[in-house]
Design a protein around this ligand. Structure first.
Ligand code: ATR
Length: 296
């Protein structure tokens, strides 16, 4: 792809060579992905655009066929399409298969659909940017508690186990769902001690990292089951939500003096990995982060 952004005043206007990327969701209007990818594409002088498409679940196969027919380079998927994309792929990345969800699709020039899941590594990339967690070789002895057992939890749990976490508990309102998640994954990680527990009371003592993957907190709900006083002083509290930037869980953790992290880093790094797959280029992560912080 030619680097036309700097000598051509029309570089930012799409032309007949412009390649299309996008995100599909239902709903999708809240997605930050266009704001994440378009500036990065422009900064690198790539003649590509990234748009959001509202695709109804029953029209997913039709939409994907249309994307292939139109020669799109690839797309991201958000709720509720990540699981439904799986059988539509011609090739699956082993991590996507293990997680049971595809969040990034690359369309080859011959129309072949390659499905990836960049959420798991996006989460651990972001975790590795956090004070005290920069060296993933030290993660093996740490104890992690994941709240929630939905699609988002599955990505986070696989990311943590792939990164070498050996002690992991999943707590969920519906215990059977947490048990199922771990039953699916346990055969792949025989060295790990995995435990499913109900949402209350939470086993908070000795936890080094608590990750909230539930939708609680999105609308400002308190999470009373997380009794901050029972957590070690050194615990890191991670909420994969990025808007609001500070959920009630993170606010309560800060009041208790604990380190906190929201979902912005995970959003950026899952996007960075997709960007690399589609363009072959490294996304300028810090510039993207500064811009998104200005939007949130
Ligand atoms: P996602 O793909 O975003 O993870 P999901 O698959 O619908 O979405 O999972 C939502 C998660 O949030 C689940 O763990 C869900 O708990 P249940 O499995 O018991 O449904 C959790 N969750 C949603 N609303 C909740 C609430 N009010 N209290 C506790 N957990 C809740």
């Amino acid at each position: 792809m030619s680097n036309i952004a700097f000598d051509n005043p029309f570089a930012h206007i799409p032309n007949a060579q412009t390649r299309l990327l996008g995100v599909i969701g239902h709903p999708v209007a809240h997605s930050l992905s266009p704001a994440l990818h378009n500036p990065a594409l422009a900064w690198l002088g790539l003649n590509m655009r990234y748009l959001a498409f509202h695709v109804y679940p029953e029209r997913l196969p039709e939409a994907v066929r249309g994307f292939v027919a139109m020669g799109m380079r690839g797309f991201n998927a958000t709720v509720p399409h990540k699981e439904a994309l799986l059988p539509l792929m011609d090739w699956l990345d082993p991590l996507a298969e293990r997680i049971g969800a595809v969040n990034t699709v690359a369309i080859d020039p011959d129309g072949l659909l390659r499905g990836y899941n960049t959420d798991a590594q996006g989460f651990t990339d972001a975790l590795a940017e956090t004070e005290g967690w920069r060296s993933s070789t030290e993660w093996g002895d740490r104890s992690v508690l994941v709240l929630g057992a939905g699609g988002a939890a599955r990505g986070v749990v696989v990311g943590l186990l792939e990164a070498g976490i050996r002690t992991l508990t999943v707590a969920n309102r519906t215990l059977a769902r947490a048990e199922q998640l771990l039953a699916d994954l346990a055969p792949h990680y025989p060295q790990a001690t995995l435990r499913a527990v109900p949402q209350e009371p939470l086993p908070l003592e000795g936890v080094d990292l608590l990750v909230n993957t539930t939708l609680l907190g999105l609308a400002g709900e308190e999470m009373q089951m997380v009794e901050m006083d029972r957590l070690p002083d050194t615990a890191l509290i991670y909420d994969i939500v990025y808007a609001p930037r500070e959920t009630p869980l993170l606010r309560a953790a800060k009041r208790r003096g604990l380190a906190v992290q929201n979902g912005l880093g995970m959003l950026i790094h899952q996007g960075r990995r997709g960007f690399k797959i589609w363009t072959g280029e490294e996304m300028p992560v810090e510039r993207v982060r500064a811009r998104l912080l200005g939007l949130l």
